[in-house]
Design a protein around this ligand. Sequence first.
Ligand code: NAP
Length: 274
Amino acid sequence: MTDRYCVLGNPVAHSRSPAIHAAFARQCAEDISYQAILAPLDDFAGSVRDFVAAGGKGANVTVPFKEEAFRLCDQLSERAATAGAVNTLTFAAGSILGDNTDGAGLVRDIATNLVFPLAGRDILLLGAGGAARGVVGPLLAAAPSSLAIANRSADKAVALARAFAGKVAVDAGNFADFAGRRFDLVINATSASLAGESLPLPAGLFAPGSLAYDMMYGKGETPFLARARAQGAARQADGLGMLVEQAAEAFLVWRGVRPDSGPVLAALRAQRAA
Ligand SMILES: NC(=O)c1ccc[n+]([C@@H]2O[C@H](COP(=O)([O-])OP(=O)(O)OC[C@H]3O[C@@H](n4cnc5c(N)ncnc54)[C@H](OP(=O)(O)O)[C@@H]3O)[C@@H](O)[C@H]2O)c1
């Protein structure tokens, strides 16, 4: 019987996850289906319950439900517990298991696909929501020289930095607090561009040779990447590679087999360019 999976989010219509998991399933000869489900903002738990009742085996979770998903789980992987956010749910024997594959996906895309090693770099992470929470641990594990977190609501950035205190000093504040600082890598983990809003980036953030990375992806250049290019970032990358890599990691969690992400990412990029 075909095993059912889905991605739950709001909005979710833009998600490429169904196409990615369909490609992985073909590649690995796994009998699964995968759909996008729009969960109401006030009843994420109800959408999960309905999907489990309909025989669902697992779900990815996207904006804005990753922290709510964390609270819903009966058991957590170590990386989900550290992150305080969940993007991968597995339903087994009446229990909900939570994992977080965002950080592994981001680090793999930047370090391997984009060949931008993270060790010794100064990194600025923009945002302190579910996606940002998921990537702080894996970024720190890659041994950067420093990590700073800037968020519109500075208190959330400070709380996130405190959650990782003791491992490496993590600076936190709002965007203006980082005026005058330079970074090798600036990662946009805010959802500002989903609403068509731009970020108040101080001038001079980008060091020579720096990479601007937007977790957001879509047709054409995102507003953050356009701004980063204008401000002197040497390289720009959107989040399509992270999306494919976090999906490959989720597929491994669910099916026990790691798909080859390279051809799937190449096909998505080719489709987008067409
Ligand atoms: N490529 C991938 O695989 C991948 C994976 C995960 C996430 N993402 C993307 O990452 C983004 C964030 O997702 P999430 O789950 O973290 O969402 P979330 O939990 O809702 O958090 C949203 C974050 O964006 C900030 N924000 C929202 N609107 C803003 C604005 N106009 N100006 C400045 N900051 C703003 C929020 O700041 P406040 O705290 O001040 O509200 C918060 O830090 C989304 O665009 C999502 O699509 C991509």
